[in-house]
Design a protein around this ligand. Structure first.
Ligand code: CU
Length: 369
């Protein structure tokens, strides 16, 4: 523990001791002075402390905001179009709840002080008012309906159909990392089957690359190889997206529930084993542009797993590179379909003399992870 920590602890302990001693002393005083007088005095002190608590509390709210706001993501603009909608909703919600918070809290503590017990004053009996009841029921109800309505409208937009020109990327969570898949030249994702997952031989998604027969609890199953998967690109180092081009993420999980959390885009969606989920958005700034916006030369778009998924959860960080279309094309041209890494003899660009060494295959496949 640091010296400051010890110091703070000492102050807290002292504060506790002092409060305890004062409470004890006031008990003796009340015995000496008589019950009634001490009750009146306690009443005044408590009323005064209510106002002190209100003022100190509001100062605390202000100081916390000053200290912590720069650390939030709200300082920089959202990096996606949908994220801007989310930001607007958050600001409207904070504004409305903030106004209500200040009015109710100030009244609460101020009234506790102002209307403290007074011998000369008698409470005004006011049991019921229909108009007031209707007012304080309908106003919050309408406000909440509006907020929820906006939320639903954006939710359906984000999870709905992506535009026709959207690119599609599949992202699969596993303990503990992310696997990205692009559909390749034919723009079609090849079939996969979880029983085909064979990490040691480079098939980390279970692509149905060859005819297979396997025993399952439901009997023998025959799988036919799916040629549309031969050109699929599988990556683990980073997901490449294009600025201003909508992207539809098809989200999967290989084991437990993960969550694709994209804080800079203000988006997130659960990755559920066996049930693909989707969301789409349009990146607004390239990674390079974000470095300037955030004034951080090391800026990276992060994929953070937003679901506690096991003991390596903290390390489940993925990276998104947002680039221009030209840079994307250049990157894509360098990618080799994952199929060729497992079946090098099928690779038309490979040198025929290269021996099919199984260790080399696996090393090539798991590069970067
Ligand atoms: Cu996870």
């Amino acid at each position: 523990m640091t010296t400051t920590g010890l110091f703070l602890l000492a102050i807290l302990a002292l504060g506790f001791l002092i409060t305890f001693q004062i409470a004890k002393a006031s008990e003796y005083v009340s015995v000496l002075k008589g019950e009634k007088k001490s009750f009146e005095q306690n009443n005044r002190i408590n009323g005064f402390l209510m106002v002190v608590f209100l003022v100190l509390g509001l100062i605390g709210v202000y100081l916390c905001n000053e200290a912590l706001y720069p650390k939030t993501l709200m300082v920089h603009p959202s990096a996606s179009d949908h994220g801007e909608n989310i930001d607007t909703m958050l600001k409207i919600t904070l504004l409305i709840t903030g106004i209500v918070f200040f009015i109710t809290q100030i009244l609460l503590f101020w009234f506790a002080y102002k209307y403290q017990y007074n011998e000369k004053r008698k409470a005004f009996y006011y049991p019921h008012n229909n108009k007031l009841e209707v007012l304080w029921t309908t106003v919050p109800a309408i406000t909440l309906c509006l907020l929820v309505g906006f939320g639903l409208y954006y939710w359906f937009k984000i999870t709905g159909e992506a535009p026709d020109n959207a690119m599609r990327v599949e992202i699969t969570g596993r303990q503990f990392g992310w696997i990205y898949r692009y559909p390749g030249k034919d723009n079609t994702f090849g079939k996969k089957y979880f029983r085909m997952i064979d990490e040691a031989n480079g098939n980390m998604l279970g692509m149905v690359w060859k005819d297979s027969t396997m025993e399952t609890p439901n009997g023998v199953q025959n799988l036919k190889a799916d040629a549309t998967g031969y050109d699929d690109i599988i990556e683990t180092s980073a997901m490449y997206l294009v600025k201003d081009k909508p992207v539809k993420l098809i989200i999967n999980s290989r084991d437990v529930i993960h969550d694709v959390g994209l804080p800079h885009f203000r988006m997130k969606m659960d990755a559920v084993p066996g049930t693909p989920t989707t969301m789409w958005f349009t990146p607004k700034y390239t990674t390079e542009e974000m470095k300037k916006i955030t004034n951080n030369p090391n800026f990276e778009y992060e994929i953070a797993c937003d679901q506690m998924c096991g003991n390596g959860h903290y390390s489940m960080k993925g990276v998104i590179e947002v680039v221009t279309q030209a840079e994307y094309n250049e990157w894509m041209a360098k990618q080799k379909p994952a199929y060729y890494a497992v079946f090098p003899d099928k690779d038309p660009t490979a040198t025929p003399a290269a021996p099919a060494d199984s260790t080399a295959k696996v090393t090539a496949m798991v590069k970067g992870k």
